[in-house]
Structures are given as structure tokens and as C-alpha cells.
Write a protein of this length. Structure first.
Lengths: 109, 116
């Protein structure tokens, strides 16, 4: 089984930096995905962390600490189009991914 | 290349009727997943196919729901005797492999099912 904890909602302004935290408890942990889902659309892949540390991909970075069961997604230079839900999804050995409701981020001008 | 496709994009049906939803995964992807999402809710896992292994049906909400994957490619999700609570967006996803291998899932656009 698994438990995932991330904030339900966050707000930020254009140009700012926002960090979305996620703590998890997962048996058979292999790595952690972050997905983005805009309202009315299907989720799209953002990142996958297997090892501890920070991985940067353009304006988005994702961090993982396996020993702490902790990850965060860092979004820089926020744009209005970044308003979406962000889903923290632990990858559990031998099972399908379980997606929660994620964190709904609202970016205002 | 082509992504995951689903049909129909929208389906309106009367309570009690059966419906079939189709998913065409990306060619070569051995893992295929079905989820559903009600308005304002997270994705609910339904069923997972991995190659020739027995599917993981642990997420199917009732025996009215079933799914097949023929030839390791196209999948059909069937809902019998539809109920109003079945109204949701049904999403299909595929990945190169599953079972915790860490391959990203590619989602189709979904089928919006409305049961009246």
C-alpha cells in the first residue's frame, strides 16, 4: 500500500517561484513521478526521480529524498499556463501507478 | 508518432444500457492502464494490463466493469447496465513497460461518459 500527502491547493503570482512538497509512504518504492494535469485534460509527464537529489528540466526541477520519503517540485518564473494540478506519484514495484488528486496551483497576474 | 487514442470522445447513454470504450495504445507499449476521473476528483485506477500476464483488476468497482486487451494492443472497457454514478471521464494510458519499471505513462484524451 501507499500513502501520499501533498497540499490540496496553492496560489502564486506570475514570475514567482513555487515549491510543491510531497511526502509518501510506499512499500517496494522504485522512484517518484510528477505529472501535470490541466483542467479538462489528461495528465502529462513532468519528471521521474530514482536517485536522491535534484533534477532540473528547464523551469521545472524535482527533488527526491528516499530516506525521508520526501519529494518536491520546484517551478520557477511562473506563467499563467502553469495553473494546473500537480500529481506526486510514487512508483511501486509490480503495481500500476496510483494517482491522487494532487495539488491545484493557481497562478495570478 | 501517433499517441494514445480513445473512442468515442463523448458517449451519452441511458441508464441500464451497456457501453464499450476503446483504447489504442502507442505501438510497442506493453503496459496499458484504464482510469476514470469524476469531476473535481483524482484519477481512479481501474485495470492494468502488462504483456501476456494476467491483468490487475483490483480497481474495477463492480462486476459490471470488464476489460479486454486483444493481441497485446487495442483494449476495450465494457460497462454493463450503466448507472448514473458511472458518469466520468475514462482515461487510457500506455507505457513501454509497467510493473514498477519507471516508464512514463502516455495518456489518451479520454472518453467522457454521461449516463442519463
Amino acid at each position: 500500500g501507499q500513502n501520499i500527502d501533498q497540499p490540496t491547493e496553492m496560489t502564486a503570482t506570475e514570475g514567482a517561484i513555487v515549491q510543491i512538497n510531497c511526502t509518501y509512504q510506499t512499500s517496494g518504492f522504485n522512484g517518484l513521478f510528477w505529472y501535470q494535469q490541466h483542467a479538462g485534460e489528461a495528465p502529462t509527464f513532468l519528471s521521474y526521480n530514482v536517485l536522491d537529489g535534484l533534477e532540473e528540466k528547464g523551469r521545472f526541477s524535482s527533488f527526491l529524498s528516499r530516506s525521508k520519503g520526501y519529494s518536491y517540485l520546484l517551478l520557477k518564473e511562473l506563467q499563467m499556463k502553469d495553473s494546473a494540478s500537480y500529481l506526486c506519484v510514487p512508483n511501486q514495484a509490480g503495481t500500476a501507478l496510483i494517482f491522487g488528486k494532487g495539488t491545484t496551483l493557481s497562478v495570478s497576474s | 508518432g501517433a499517441g494514445v487514442s480513445q473512442s468515442p470522445s463523448n458517449k451519452v447513454t441511458e441508464k441500464g444500457k451497456d457501453v464499450e470504450l476503446r483504447c489504442d495504445p502507442i505501438s510497442g507499449h506493453t503496459a496499458l492502464y484504464w482510469y476514470r476521473q469524476s469531476l473535481g476528483q483524482g484519477l481512479e485506477f481501474l485495470i492494468y494490463f502488462q504483456g501476456n500476464s494476467a491483468p490487475d483488476k483490483s480497481g474495477l468497482p463492480s462486476d459490471r466493469f470488464s476489460a479486454e486487451r486483444t493481441g497485446g494492443s487495442v483494449s476495450t472497457l465494457t460497462i454493463q447496465r450503466t448507472q448514473q454514478e458511472d458518469s466520468a471521464v475514462y482515461l487510457c494510458a500506455s507505457s513501454l513497460s509497467g510493473g514498477g519499471a519507471g516508464y512514463e505513462q502516455y495518456f489518451g484524451p479520454g472518453t467522457r461518459l454521461t449516463v442519463t
